[in-house]
Design a protein around this ligand. Structure first.
Ligand code: ADP
Ligand code: MG
Length: 484
């Protein structure tokens, strides 16, 4: 069922297109050698180029081009062998050049697609319009002095990729799924760390509404939304605002708005500027960027396995369901952890331990997969102990908790605590005899037809053997004794 807003004049559909700014992972900036490390002392990573001293000439950083092309390939997009840099002219205190160098008319990456999955299990393709490279601006700081604003130029000149989607998104959930998938792909590629809190990935959200079958109406752009949850909320409240305007006979103005998360509303920032306001023109300091197909092909051949491909392979290699495979590939580190365990073992058992017991333990101890107290190798060894009959599934839970607490290996814990599974039929028979002697009345009930009591006897025998008896042997021996 699709998402609609019911107004007094009928149902409205939401139309959304996203512009994502993703900071490129590279040691130095797009046109200078200054460092890009996050969190440095203000203005300690500023070259003369970033500070726009007269006569300085920008030189393109090849690593940033590599990263943009790899991202384009990861988005199944067309790579443009010739692209150009333009100047986007505007004045702002955090932009010493007086213009931003950006690819306007000739971006390095053209049309592509991202496939998203929705909670209903459906998948949808969202079109990518383009990806272009541009410089980031500096940062103004207003809270350090009562009368002055400060400027930190560390970020000025850092490479960004602007990734623009087609207006294909129809509901808040799809926008969330799109951003999560895009972030996953960027992280797998290592082209952007996707950290929205630190601002290395931010989204401009374009929203309009229309009646079914109508052409698109005027959109508003909500700037710099810095979490996926806020993007979804912003779409919801902005769409509701626009419906109300149209239904009251008004017109939505094309403008740039801000989302105020505390109040749960959007408000005007400025009326929408047009491209000609920026007086774009090709940057005369930079030649057109020309790359070769052979070079692009080599980058493509060296791409890592991306989430969609990994998910499909996990399903077929390890026989696990689509949903489970999706949970595992959401983070590359989790996928790698799982694969270390699952290789050569029971893939289904491995996924239930990773997404069940391990995730719960990480949650409880405030750890991540990277800092997990139980390594993939150790968990794998524990599954081996289950497979070769050294311990049973129930005792494995106890062993695992001990591994979480002590960081010891499963073998050591099994020896230390004497948890080896009891397969000695003599010991099992003795335990059964003891249980039957203690519960003579229940034995009579069972023998007169109360089959359900079988589970009770199994439980008692397991208790008698401190949980260590082999459950299959207990079952067989109990049947024989009770029925015999
Ligand atoms: P600009 O550079 O002015 O922001 P773009 O052509 O780059 O304009 O488009 C920006 C974004 O707006 C794109 O993501 C696009 O999908 C989206 N968009 C375009 N038209 C609409 C619309 N009517 N409703 C919602 N989003 C739209
Ligand atoms: Mg825009």
């Amino acid at each position: 069922m699709s998402y609609v807003i019911e107004g007094k004049t009928g149902s409205w559909e939401i139309v959304v297109g996203l512009e994502v700014h993703a900071q490129v992972v590279s040691k130095s900036k797009l046109f200078s050698g200054a460092s890009t490390t996050f969190g440095a002392e203000p203005n300690s990573q500023v070259s003369l180029i970033d500070a726009a001293f007269p006569g300085m000439l920008p030189v393109i950083n090849k690593e940033c081009v590599v990263q943009a092309v790899r991202t384009g390939l990861g988005l199944n997009a067309r790579i443009n062998l010739e692209s150009r840099f333009d100047r986007k002219n505007y004045f702002y205190a955090d932009l010493p050049q007086g213009y931003q160098i950006s690819q306007f008319a000739h971006p390095i990456v053209g049309e592509g697609t991202i496939e998203i999955e929705l909670s209903s299990g459906e998948t949808r393709k969202i079109g990518i319009t383009r990806l272009h490279m541009e410089q980031d601006a500096g940062k103004l700081i207003h809270d350090q002095d009562p009368t002055k604003s400060m400027v930190d130029l560390n970020r000025a000149g850092v490479a960004l990729m602007e990734i623009v989607s087609e207006p294909d998104i129809r509901e808040p959930e799809e926008a969330g799924a799109y951003l999560r998938k895009l972030r996953q792909i960027l992280r797998y590629l290592g082209t952007c760390d996707g950290n929205m809190e630190e601002g290395s990935m931010r989204a401009d959200v374009n929203v309009s509404v229309r009646k079914a079958g109508e052409p698109f109406r005027t959109r508003c752009e909500i700037k710099n939304v810095n979490s996926i949850r806020f993007v979804m909320q912003a779409i919801e409240v902005e769409a509701a605002r626009q419906v109300e305007i149209w239904e009251n006979g008004g017109e939505v103005d094309q403008e740039t708005r801000l989302f105020d998360a505390a109040r749960g509303e959007t408000r005007t920032m400025r009326s929408k500027e047009d491209a000609h306001d920026y007086r774009y023109f090709p940057d005369p300091d930079l030649l057109p960027l020309v790359i070769e197909q052979g070079w692009v092909d080599a980058l493509k051949a060296a791409l890592p396995e991306l989430p969609d491909a990994k998910r499909t392979r996990f399903q077929s290699d390890y026989g696990i369901p689509f949903y489970d495979a999706g949970v595992l590939v959401a983070e590359q580190s989790v996928a790698d952890f799982y694969e270390t365990i699952a290789k050569g073992r029971d893939g289904k058992l491995a996924v239930s331990w990773v997404t069940g017991d391990l995730f719960a333990a990480l949650n409880r101890t405030g750890k991540t997969i990277e800092t997990s107290p139980v390594s993939a190798e150790a968990l794998g060894k524990m599954l081996d102990l289950i497979a070769d009959g050294t311990i049973n599934g129930k005792i494995a839970k106890e062993v695992f908790e001990d591994m979480v607490e002590t960081g010891e290996g499963p073998d050591a814990i099994v020896e230390k605590k004497g948890l080896r599974q009891v397969t000695d039929t003599g010991v099992i028979d003795a335990a059964i005899d003891a249980v039957m002697a203690k519960n003579a009345d229940k034995v009579t009930e069972y023998r007169s037809g109360k089959d359900k009591l079988f589970g009770f006897f199994v439980g008692q025998v397991m208790k008698e053997t401190k949980g260590k008896a082999n459950p299959a042997l207990v079952n067989d021996a109990l049947k024989a004794k009770l029925d015999g």
